[in-house]
Design a binder for this molecule. Structure first.
Ligand code: PEP
Ligand code: MN
Length: 358
C-alpha cells in the first residue's frame, strides 16, 4: 500500500518537473524576445533594479515550505541562465562567429595558407627605415623558407615627437624588396584615406592595436579585397575584439586574421600581458585564423621563444615577431627586436620543437 503511494507521489513529481521544464523554456523564449528588443534599443541586458524587484516579488508571495532565501537562490540561477541565453543569441548573429560558419576560414597570401593547421610566421622590422635595412631582413626571412614580411611604414607612436615612419616611401621599399625575394608584405595603415593607394603595395593590411576601434578604418578595410590582420586593442575585451572584426566582415571582407598582442594590465615585468587563452577562445568563438605577436606582448627578447611555443601549443595559426639587422640603432622598439642571428636561432628552436615541419 505504502509503496503504491510512493509510486503515485513520484509520478506526481515527474509530472510537475515536466511542467516546470515547459515553463522554464516558455520563459526562455520570452527572455529571447526581450533580448532582441533590448538589442534594437541598445539597452543593457542586465538590469539590477528589475532583478531586485523580481526577487522581492518572490519574497512577498512565498507561502512555503521552501525558505525565501532558497527560492531566491534558485531564481537567481534562472536569471543568470536567461542572461546567458540572450548573450548567446546575440553572438549567434555575428558573421565572424563559428556558429554562423563552422568551418575554419583559410586565407591564401601568395600561396601561403593561414589557418590551414600549419603555423605561419610574420617577421620583419618594427619600422621600415631604409631599403638596405629591409633587404637584409627579407633575405633572412627567405633563407628561413618564410613568406610573410612585416614592416611599419605608418607608425602609430605614443609621442608625436618619435619617428612616425616613412609613409608611402616605406611602402614602396617594402614592395620593391618583397618582389625581389617573392615575399608578401604585411603593413599597418593608419588612415582610411590611405587605404586605396596602399593596396598597390601591401598584401595584407594591418590594423594596429591603437586603431582596433577606429570604425571608419575598419569599415574601409571591410570594403576592399585584401586580407586584414587586425590586432587586439590595448585594453580591449575579447568581445570588443570580435565586434571590431565584425565591422570588417559586415562590409563584405571575410579575409581577417586576428592577432593577440598583449593587453594592458598592472603587471610591469612584460611590456603588455600576453592573454594566451584568448587564442583558444577566439578559435572556438570565431572561424578566423588567430596569430600571436610575441614581440609587442612581451617586449622582451628572452620571452619570444617561450611565448611563441606557448602560442603554437595552444592553437595559434601563426606568430609575429620583430627582426632588425641592428636593433641597437632601430628608430622604434629598439630593445625588443631580434637581430638576424637571434632570429635564425629563434626559428631553429621553433623547428626543433617539432611544432613546425622543417
Ligand atoms: C606593430 O605591429 O607594428 C605595432 C605597432 O603593434 P601594435 O599595434 O600591436 O602595438
Ligand atoms: Mn614595434
Amino acid at each position: 500500500m505504502l509503496s503504491n503511494e510512493l509510486d503515485v507521489l513520484r509520478a506526481e513529481i515527474e509530472e510537475m518537473n515536466l511542467k516546470i521544464l515547459d515553463l522554464l523554456n516558455q520563459r526562455g523564449e520570452v527572455v529571447q524576445k526581450i533580448g532582441r528588443i533590448k538589442e534594437m534599443q541598445g539597452v543593457k541586458r542586465f538590469d539590477p533594479v528589475r532583478e531586485r524587484r523580481l526577487l522581492d516579488l518572490i519574497a512577498e508571495n512565498n507561502d512555503g515550505p521552501f525558505e525565501t532565501s532558497t527560492l531566491q537562490h534558485i531564481f537567481k540561477n534562472i536569471f543568470k541562465a536567461s542572461l546567458e541565453l540572450q548573450e548567446e543569441d546575440n553572438r549567434k548573429a555575428l558573421l565572424v562567429s563559428r556558429k554562423r560558419k563552422p568551418d575554419n576560414t583559410v586565407i591564401n597570401i601568395k600561396g601561403e595558407l593561414i589557418g590551414d593547421g600549419n603555423p605561419n610566421f610574420v617577421m620583419g622590422p618594427c619600422a621600415v627605415e631604409s631599403y638596405e635595412q629591409v633587404r637584409l631582413v627579407a633575405k633572412a626571412i627567405k633563407d628561413q623558407g618564410l613568406t610573410l614580411m612585416r614592416g611599419g611604414a605608418f607608425k602609430p607612436r605614443t609621442s608625436p615627437y618619435d619617428f612616425q615612419g616613412l609613409g608611402f616611401e616605406g611602402l614602396k621599399i617594402l614592395r620593391q624588396v618583397a618582389n625581389e625575394f617573392n615575399l608578401a608584405v604585411v603593413s599597418e595603415i593608419l588612415n582610411p584615406n590611405d587605404l586605396e593607394l596602399a593596396l598597390d603595395y601591401v598584401d595584407v593590411i594591418q590594423i594596429g592595436a591603437r586603431n582596433m576601434q577606429n570604425f571608419d578604418l575598419l569599415k574601409a578595410a571591410g570594403s576592399v579585397n585584401k586580407p586584414v590582420l587586425l590586432k587586439r586593442g590595448l585594453s580591449a575585451t575579447i568581445e570588443e575584439f570580435m565586434y571590431a572584426a565584425e565591422y570588417i566582415i559586415a562590409k563584405g571582407n571575410d579575409q581577417i586574421i586576428l592577432c593577440e598582442r598583449g593587453i594592458r594590465t598592472y603587471e610591469r615585468a612584460t611590456r603588455n600581458t600576453l592573454d594566451i587563452t584568448a587564442v583558444p577562445i577566439l578559435k572556438q568563438e570565431t572561424h578566423l585564423p588567430v596569430m600571436v605577436d610575441v614581440t609587442h606582448s612581451t617586449g622582451r627578447k628572452d620571452l619570444l621563444f617561450p611565448a611563441a611555443q606557448a602560442a603554437l601549443a595552444i592553437g595559434a595559426d601563426g606568430v609575429m615577431a620583430e627582426v632588425h639587422p641592428d636593433p641597437a640603432v632601430a628608430l622604434s622598439d629598439s630593445a625588443q627586436q631580434m637581430d638576424i642571428p637571434e632570429f635564425n636561432d629563434f626559428m631553429q628552436k621553433i623547428k626543433s620543437t617539432r611544432l613546425v615541419h622543417s
